[in-house]
Write a protein that binds this ligand. Structure first.
Ligand SMILES: NC(=O)c1ccc[n+]([C@@H]2O[C@H](COP(=O)([O-])OP(=O)(O)OC[C@H]3O[C@@H](n4cnc5c(N)ncnc54)[C@H](O)[C@@H]3O)[C@@H](O)[C@H]2O)c1
Ligand SMILES: O=P(O)(O)OC[C@H](O)CO
Length: 371
């Protein structure tokens, strides 16, 4: 089917709405907006749904974005493109769209999807830039699956070594799109996001890509703890290596189709590195360890991030629930220990003591393949 064929009529252009307007959401809107102006298959305007808030001067965030073309709260100093239209009304923001880009903190997605049921067009394709997951009685539920299940739409993912503030000023980065079925749809997403400074490639391993983006936030907390304890580069590199190994092992246990090669894409090793060097999860975890655990992650998030949200602490809890439910805690000492430190059950220094011992692999069918 040709590019315009998917939308059902020869002259139809794809209309894009970005659901979310935080730090990464705003950068994603900027990246996309310069492509929709350049490429005729996309409608110029990019709608961006804004979770409305009133700024200290009394102005609404969406009004100031539309007036100044800048998200002064979540991405100050960067012009988004005049074709980005901030819209605080979710239903209105998605009404015309046939390409939906989901990019909010993961904990809000179930509520957002609930509000969107029955409100979107029939020919919509989705992509999730959200790093996180939900845990259900039946097990973990990746955010792309939550979107597909709740809205009945196909949903790809885009993950990678993507610290938003660096992409905002057009420093070179790479990203990985994960897709399930349609290569053609994945290629359309590649086209929408690609820039000379943003190299995007697609792999047919949606679960692998999304689990990389989700689990690396827990590893970043571990790396931040090591920084806060002044343990040095070798220890931090060890934590990153052990973390990546656990990420791969858990992903493959949960989804046997996950490919090893995915961990060598931007979404894998590169994202572990960048997040453990320069991410928000790392930064807040460092402060937590320096405070000897006296201030909670919630307090430090509020103090240090000006409204931006951490994903690693809640993901650590969600991962811990999955591991406990399946009796796998001993197999994943680093992932398990991060949660126990976050809730104050163990001191920050436990990150090394508890992560260093290789687990017994007797319950795993093929231990060589597992690690
Ligand atoms: N910032 C980055 O560098 C980066 C890079 C790659 C991926 N991500 C991922 O993108 C996702 C979104 O992160 P972000 O950086 O754009 O957001 P953010 O942490 O900068 O901002 C928080 C956002 O949540 C919104 N919000 C607050 N309360 C809400 C509520 N009750 N309902 C709905 N929205 C609410 C705020 O308005 C704001 O837009 C996360 O999963 C994150 O892991 C972030
Ligand atoms: O700042 P963090 O820790 O949320 O990480 C940001 C991105 O996910 C890095 O790719």
């Amino acid at each position: 089917m040709g590019e315009v064929g998917m939308a059902g009529a020869a002259a139809v252009q794809f209309r894009v709405t970005v659901v979310g307007s935080g730090n990464w959401g705003s950068v994603a809107a900027k990246v996309i907006a310069s492509n929709t102006l350049r490429l005729s298959c996309f409608h110029d305007e990019v709608r961006m749904w804004v979770f409305e808030e009133v700024l200290p001067g009394g102005e609404k965030l969406s009004d100031t974005i539309n007036k100044n073309n800048e998200n002064v709260k979540y991405l100050p100093g960067i012009k988004l493109g005049k074709n980005v239209v901030a819209d605080p009304n979710l239903e209105n923001a998605v009404r015309e769209a046939n390409m939906l880009v989901f990019v909010t903190p993961h904990q809000f997605m179930e509520g957002i999807c609930n509000s969107l049921v029955g409100k979107i067009k029939g020919d919509v394709e989705g992509i999730s830039l959200i790093k996180g997951m939900e845990v259900r009685k039946e097990g973990p539920c990746l955010i792309s699956k939550l979107i597909t299940d709740m809205l009945g739409i196909n949903c790809c993912v885009l993950m990678g070594a993507n610290i938003a503030n660096e992409i905002a000023v057009e420093k070179f980065s790479e990203a990985t799109i994960g897709y399930k079925h349609s290569k053609e749809v994945a290629e359309r997403w590649v086209k929408l996001f690609s820039q000379p400074y943003f190299l995007v490639s697609a792999v047919q391993d949606i679960e692998g890509v999304e689990l990389c983006g989700t689990l690396k936030n827990v590893v970043a907390i571990a790396a931040g703890l090591v920084d806060g304890l002044d343990m040095g580069n070798n220890t931090k590199a060890a934590i990153m290596r052990i973390g990546l190994r656990e990420m791969r092992a858990l992903s493959k246990l949960l989804f046997p189709s996950v490919r090893d090669s995915t961990f060598f894409e931007s979404c894998g090793v590169a994202d572990v590195i960048t997040t453990c060097l320069g991410g928000r999860n790392r930064r807040v975890a460092e402060a937590f360890a320096r405070n000897g655990g006296r201030k909670s992650f919630d307090e430090l998030e509020t103090e240090l991030l000006q409204g931006q949200k951490l994903q690693g602490v809640s993901t650590a809890k969600e991962v811990y629930e999955v591991l406990s439910h399946r009796g796998w805690n001993a197999l994943f000492p680093l992932l398990s220990t991060v949660h126990r430190i976050c809730i104050g059950q163990l001191p920050p220094s436990a990150i090394v003591k508890h992560s260093e011992k290789p687990p017994k692999l007797s319950i795993v069918e093929s231990s060589a393949e597992f690690y």
